[in-house]
Every structure is written in structure tokens, then in C-alpha cells.
Design a protein around this ligand. Structure first.
Ligand SMILES: [Zn+2]
Ligand SMILES: [Zn+2]
Length: 110
């Protein structure tokens, strides 16, 4: 008497990218959104080119390399397809005005 369970269920479709997904063959990861940027070197996914550019340091053709996005001010956001790095939310940046940045916080002479 053999009892076999059918291989059907919600888990069968988990991990299957939608039709509009963009996949990187090198790492097998995928994402959605034409504006996204996927680093071919470290295979992290970013919300846009400007965000991706922040995690790259060094000079082009010399010592251009990736750094931990968290150290560059980028924040990780959980997406259905994985982790996406993006610039901080505008509201958190607005806490400090450009004028305050220019003035700096080190000179507190009375
Ligand atoms: Zn990278
Ligand atoms: Zn990749």
C-alpha cells in the first residue's frame, strides 16, 4: 500500500519570477522594475543607478570596487524578490537642511 502525496501546493510557485522580472544569469537573482540597478560585481540590487553608484569606490579602470552599501548611507529594503538597496527616505534626509550641512556641527563657538 503506497501513499504518495501530490506535489502541488502554494510552495510550488514560490521563487518563480513574474513575466516582467529581470534576471541576472550570473547569480540567478531577479528583480522587477526597469529603473533598478544590479551590480554585476557584487550582485546586489539597487533601486536606481544613483543608489548603485554610491556603493562603488575607487577610480574607473584602476581600483574600482564595491563596498558595503550600509557604509555609504544606503538602506536595505525587503522586496518580494529579495533585498534592495536604496537611498534613505526623503523625510529622514529632510531632518537636516542643506544650510545645516554647510554650516557643520563641529563649530559650536559661543
Ligand atoms: Zn557592487
Ligand atoms: Zn547578479
Amino acid at each position: 500500500m503506497t501513499h504518495t502525496e501530490p506535489h502541488t501546493g502554494p510552495s510550488a510557485v514560490t521563487g518563480a519570477p513574474p513575466l516582467n522580472a529581470i534576471k541576472h544569469p550570473k547569480c540567478g537573482r531577479w528583480w522587477t522594475g526597469l529603473g533598478r540597478a544590479h551590480c554585476p560585481a557584487c550582485c546586489r540590487t539597487f533601486s536606481c543607478d544613483s543608489a548603485a553608484d554610491k556603493h562603488r569606490t575607487g577610480r574607473y579602470g584602476k581600483d574600482r570596487r564595491c563596498v558595503d552599501p550600509a557604509t555609504t548611507g544606503l538602506v536595505a529594503t525587503a522586496k518580494p524578490w529579495g533585498e534592495m538597496w536604496q537611498n534613505p527616505a526623503p523625510e529622514s534626509v529632510a531632518a537636516v537642511t542643506p544650510a545645516q550641512w554647510a554650516r557643520g556641527t563641529g563649530s559650536q563657538a559661543a
